[in-house]
Design a protein around this ligand. Structure first.
Ligand SMILES: Cc1cc2nc3c(=O)[nH]c(=O)nc-3n(C[C@H](O)[C@H](O)[C@H](O)COP(=O)(O)O)c2cc1C
Ligand code: SF4
Ligand code: SF4
Length: 306
């Protein structure tokens, strides 16, 4: 048995070239599956690993002698690439400048995002850490504002069948079961949001994804860690910013297209392959607006364990 995903469900194969192995133990140290052990001064395969090789590739990437090769679970020796030199790394000040430049952008110029930039965003996003390799994140790409609009308006129509969710009778009924916080969220957030989406559509305005010239939906599978699509979306947002694009994360659609037959039909219609515990849309485009100041933020708390 190996860790299952929608892509693979076998452990990867470990090949060791003993004649190249110096027995330094680096690969053993980084393998958190405990797939590797040193025996008689050389690395060998542990018969009792935790999961069976997950193909994280760390052993192969750290071995100074090229003595270990992993194949399977979407990985092989061609997966290794040369790390850029340290000089090419942005320093903290440069990273902070990028973060401080970023604002959620919902006002886009009527200009498409070039395919080259889309590719760069995806290339950056795929470097994101994931719960367990290989990533089970899927990305649905809407190119052009017409596609974003069509999706948004279809979503608003779909929402009409759930209007009862925000009615007073339904909320009073549910409050004892789902608690005060959910009740407050539905009244203070979900209800007005559904209203503005519907009113917007009636007036030809898209407040779901703001007619984004490029719209990416990151979602996982029933197997994947719920955080995976969110981290990939965050990497995309940062990459988009570095390419001179504005972006905005959109959290409202995903939870509303998960449960029930209508949701399944909606997902199928738009080519969304799985329901997933978490998912996030990212609206991307050239910004029409420019902020003249940054905005300080704070966490709810930072508590130190003593
Ligand atoms: C998980 C998540 C979901 C969000 N969902 C929406 C959304 O559905 N619609 C929207 O207009 N903005 C959405 N936003 C953008 C936030 O409203 C925005 O980040 C916030 O207003 C702070 O502004 P800033 O990003 O410029 O700091 C979302 C942001 C996050 C992180
Ligand atoms: S790929 Fe990862 S899990 Fe597999 S042997 Fe190497 S370090 Fe261990
Ligand atoms: S890192 Fe390479 S050389 Fe060192 S023990 Fe592992 S396989 Fe052998």
């Amino acid at each position: 048995m190996a860790i299952p995903t929608t892509r693979v469900n076998e452990p990867a194969d470990i090949q060791i070239n003993t004649s190249l192995c110096s027995g330094c133990g680096l690969c053993v140290e980084v393998c958190k599956d405990f797939s590797l052990v040193i025996k008689n001064g050389k690395v060998s395969i542990n018969e009792n690993p935790v999961f069976g090789c997950i193909a994280c590739g760390h052993c192969m990437a750290i071995c100074p002698n090229g003595a270990i090769k992993i194949s399977g679970r979407t990985l092989d020796e061609t997966s290794l690439f040369e790390i850029p030199s340290k000089k090419e790394m942005p320093d903290y000040k440069q990273i902070m400048a990028l973060f401080q430049w970023r604002r959620s952008i919902r006002e886009f110029l009527d200009k498409d995002v070039e395919d080259e930039k889309l590719q760069k965003i995806l290339n950056a996003a795929v470097t994101a850490p994931m719960g367990l390799p290989p990533s089970d994140v899927r990305v649905l790409v809407f190119r052009g504002k017409e596609k974003s609009k069509a999706f948004a308006f279809d979503f608003v129509d779909y929402l009409q069948s759930f209007k009862y969710l925000t009615s007073n009778w339904f909320l009073s009924l549910m409050k004892p079961f789902w608690g005060k916080e959910n009740d407050e969220l539905f009244k203070g957030f979900v209800r007005p949001m559904m209203n503005i989406y519907t009113k917007g559509k009636a007036e030809g305005n898209n407040y779901v994804n703001y007619d984004a010239p490029l719209l990416l939906y990151f979602y996982g599978s029933p197997y994947s860690d719920p955080a995976d699509p969110l981290i990939a979306a965050t990497y995309s947002m940062i990459a988009a910013e570095s390419l001179g694009l504005g972006s905005c994360m959109l959290g409202a659609v995903h939870p509303l297209i998960q449960n029930g037959n209508k949701a399944a039909k909606f997902r199928e219609k738009w080519g969304i392959k799985y329901k997933s515990r978490e998912g996030l849309f990212l609206a991307i485009g050239y910004s029409k607006v420019k902020y003249k100041a940054g905005i300080s933020r704070s966490f709810a708390s930072i508590d130190y364990v003593s």
